[in-house]
Design a protein around this ligand. Structure first.
Ligand SMILES: C[S@@+](CC[C@H](N)C(=O)[O-])C[C@H]1O[C@@H](n2cnc3c(N)ncnc32)[C@H](O)[C@@H]1O
Length: 245
């Protein structure tokens, strides 16, 4: 089903099953396809990953004091991108199978991967006796969170941040309209897919109500890829926000 404009919830159980199924397709020689899709275009996966990291990583100004929280970390694609010595990396994802792969792939002693839902990050961090973070990645996750849970998610995200922090949000957005895919059979993924593509203005409303009220400002925002060949979908496009306080 394709639902245009109307607000419609997706089912998290279906999303979780989808990602557990993706995990079973993990391949060492094309590791990032598991969460970047494009199963039929491995070269696009490599190029998109490289371009994304090249564009966004300098904005994070990673150094030895960086305490990085990666919400919905998947197999730790961004953990791989952080080659510098940092203070700590903590990745959280609700797919036990993806977290298992992340733990097998990443052996650095101050890099941690935990299973947990994005709407439960506060309790995951408390349970693991974690502190707060000065750099937070929200990459490809808001599309899987229903409107009714977004404020609660952003509240927990804000309380996981140090007084001075940077947040990088990178999401596919609806170019013209909000679009929800629900039980949508994708030939490319060979599976049913569920996601909510909000417009930039819809996302801004949520950010204004939460992070911006709590002292963050938008330092930068824009389209992730300038090259049209990397934006190979008609209705959605990859967009980013860098928030700071
Ligand atoms: C498109 S992938 C992005 C993964 C990673 N951030 C990256 O950029 O490679 C989306 C990730 O979100 C996770 N996810 C989806 N819904 C979630 C939720 N409610 N709580 C935690 N993780 C979730 C999936 O398991 C998957 O790893």
């Amino acid at each position: 089903m394709r639902i245009v404009q109307k607000i419609e919830d997706i089912d998290y159980t279906e999303t979780k099953q989808f990602f557990e199924h993706r995990a079973s397709k993990f391949k060492e020689d094309n590791p990032y396809a598991v969460t970047m899709y494009q199963d039929d275009h491995p070269e696009l996966v490599t190029e998109r990953n490289q371009k994304e990291v090249e564009k966004l990583k300098p904005m994070l100004a990673v150094d030895q004091n960086t305490r990085l929280l990666d919400i919905a970390c998947g197999i730790g694609r961004w953990a791989d991108a952080i080659t510098e010595d940092i203070d700590e990396y903590c990745g959280i994802d609700f797919s036990s199978e993806l977290i298992k792969i992340a733990n097998e792939r990443n052996k650095r002693e101050n890099f941690f991967f935990y299973e947990g839902a994005a709407t439960d990050i506060a309790s995951v961090l408390t349970k693991q006796k974690k502190g707060t973070y000065n750099t937070v990645l929200v990459i490809g996750i808001l599309v899987y969170i229903n409107d009714k849970d977004l404020d609660c998610f952003l509240e927990q995200l804000e309380s996981s941040c140090e007084e001075h922090a940077k947040i990088c949000i990178r999401e596919p957005i609806g170019q013209q309209d909000r679009l929800t895919l629900k039980e949508f059979y994708s030939d490319e993924l060979n599976d049913e897919y569920h996601a909510i593509y909000r417009t930039r203005d819809e996302l801004m409303k949520f950010l204004n109500n939460s992070l911006i009220k709590k002292g963050f400002h938008i330092e930068k925002e824009g389209f992730l890829f300038e090259d049209d060949a990397l934006n190979n979908r008609k209705e959605t496009v990859q967009y980013f926000f860098i928030l700071e306080r």
